[in-house]
Design a protein around this ligand. Sequence first.
Ligand code: CMP
Length: 145
Amino acid sequence: MAVERTLAILKPDCVRKELIGDVLRRIQDAGFTILGLRMTRLSKREAEGFYAVHKGKAFFDELTTFMSSGPCVPVALEKENAIADFRALIGATNPKEAAEGTIRSDFAGSIGENIVHGSDSVANGQVEINYFFDQATLVANEPVG
Ligand code: CMP
């Protein structure tokens, strides 16, 4: 299996509920390597840019208002099969449909406030990682030993 990168965002509800540590623990226990991590508060415009693919959808304003409502934690991750494995770890977008034991099933309140984002393809993962991280810092953060 190929080594892939994915972008996680621990969303404002995750930060407000003080679940950053719990979610990062699960991510690391699942074998993901953290290559980049920071806390930031997105402006409405930045949230609209990140989610541009959803522009025009009924939930776009709600989504971007929520994502700019408080700090979030973008995390660049690497693992074999990272895209599919991360989506399996977090569960379905709607926490009511998320499999038992997944992050969204255990922690999320609604489809809008669903604790964590994960990239849906290798190509989008690269674009999304570049939205938050300088490629050179990720290379510098690769684990040694
Ligand atoms: P995410 O993985 O960050 O990608 C797009 C987000 O849009 C998704 O998680 C949901 O939080 C949000 N979303 C999708 N569908 C709806 C909806 N019907 N109402 C509100 N938010 C939604």
